[in-house]
Design a protein. Structure first.
Lengths: 108, 322
């Protein structure tokens, strides 16, 4: 049986940001792992200025933070490295991506 | 049901040891990681390799997978562990239904099994009847064009659920979800479809479906955040003497002034002609000087006249004569 209904998606950024639990789920990690990412300054909260006094349950994240956290989680798990090494890998990968994108403009 | 052979993906046999799996994964990760690989289909291959590794590296998942694998290859219909409820997995548009994300399906399966373990001895349906449980969130990727982001678009997502029939055998149920993509979404951003993840249990709310947006390669523009870049071909006389040229932008054709004495590789910025937003992005034009071929006598004469009129040694800085 096939049914079609049109659903409106909303932007995570600005409109429907991610909660701590959603971040943890998307990264397939425990919430404590996400909390440590924030405390180590490896990902930023949507409203970072509030981080110190806001309880983690009320934290919200933008999609860039989710993408970065997912990559860190994956690097950490796949290559069995610690958080700092995983974050460094993700930074370097991001730099390679940006350089490749720039290169592509000139190679066309 | 299309069954992926994870051992084949990792170029292993089912007898492979844990160490073999790790070595095979590392080897293939180096080969296919999209950030380092030069292979054409690196991204797709890496996704497959990751998916296989996710399952095979974990002893419990591997055992569950092996069991499922045996059932499938022997043609049996016996359900694998945790087959007590529907699972759903999503594929982006353009992918054949068989390529839909089996991984999501498997991970749902394992999470289900995990939940069962956490309440030992209890039937999960009975356990969950006591407390409402929010359904699982789901994640998938979706590819759209730049124009789709600019104008908004409705895309169809093929979703497949595995549900048990009256005899307790797993059946595939297909469902099409038409998703209206919000205007102005950028590559890398996530969008949320509330309540389109897994159904909740015991009156709990359904989970959400998250889609990460990717842009398909555009024939003209490269995208960096909200900014766009493109190579703009100009003639030698436009570059040398300056002039007005027409440039295609997402908002329509515009006229741009090329200043006299422009060099190849110079960058021009058209403010606000990138992707819309607060603030809107810019469009960068990278000048590319293109020479007309000297195929006619008149064209040859013109090049020779230029050589006479503007004597020029482009190799002077190399310390050579002419």
């Amino acid at each position: 049986m096939k049914s079609v209904t049109i659903y409106s998606a909303v932007m995570v950024d600005g409109t429907a940001p991610l909660s701590l639990h959603e971040m943890a789920y998307l990264c397939e990690q425990h919430v404590d792992w996400v909390v440590s990412l924030v405390h180590e300054g490896l990902v930023e909260l949507e409203r970072d200025a509030l981080a110190a006094e806001t309880p983690p349950d009320l934290w919200v994240f933008a999609s860039a933070a989710a993408a970065r956290a997912r990559q860190i989680a994956r690097a950490q798990r796949d290559f069995e490295v610690n958080l700092d090494a995983a974050a460094l890998m993700v930074d370097l990968m991001e730099e390679v991506r940006q350089l490749r994108a720039q290169l592509e403009v000139y190679q066309r | 049901m299309e069954f992926k052979d994870y051992y084949k993906t990792l170029e292993l046999t089912p007898e492979a040891s844990k160490d073999d799996i790790r070595k095979a994964y590392r080897k293939l990760a180096r080969k296919y990681h999209p950030d380092v690989s030069k292979e054409k289909d690196a991204e797709v291959r890496m996704r497959e390799v990751n998916e296989a590794n996710d399952v095979l590296r974990d002893e419990e998942k591997r055992a569950a997978y092996d069991q499922l694998r045996t059932n499938v290859s022997s043609g049996g219909a016996a359900p694998g562990p945790g087959w007590d409820r529907g699972f759903e997995f999503a594929g982006g548009e353009g992918r054949a239904p068989n390529d839909a994300e089996f991984h999501d399906f498997l991970s749902s399966l394992f999470k289900q099994a995990e939940r069962q373990r956490r309440s030992p001895g209890a039937d999960p349906r009975q356990a969950s009847a006591q407390q409402p449980y929010k359904g699982e969130d789901h994640h998938a990727d979706i590819e759209i064009s730049l124009e789709d982001s600019l104008n908004g678009v409705t895309r169809e997502l093929g979703l497949r659920s595995v549900q048990l029939d009256a005899q307790g055998r797993p059946q595939l149920v297909n469902r099409t979800l038409s998703v209206k993509i919000p205007v102005g979404v950028r590559a890398g951003q996530m969008i949320r479809l509330s309540g389109q993840g897994m159904p909740g249990e015991a009156g709990g709310p359904a989970g959400d479906l998250f889609l990460t947006v990717h842009f398909a390669a555009h024939p003209i523009y490269q995208v960096q955040g909200r900014d766009l870049s493109m190579k703009l071909p100009v003639t030698p006389w436009e570059a040398a003497c300056g002039g007005q040229v027409h440039v295609p932008t997402l908002q329509g054709e515009v006229e741009v002034s090329i200043s006299a004495g422009s060099q190849p590789g110079s960058k021009l910025r058209l403010r606000g002609k990138g992707l819309p937003g607060e603030p809107a992005g810019d469009l960068y034009l990278i000048l590319d000087v293109v020479w007309p071929p000297a195929t006619t006598d008149a064209a040859k004469a013109a090049y020779q006249a230029l050589a006479q009129a503007a004597p020029f040694n482009p190799r002077r800085h190399l310390g050579v004569q002419g």
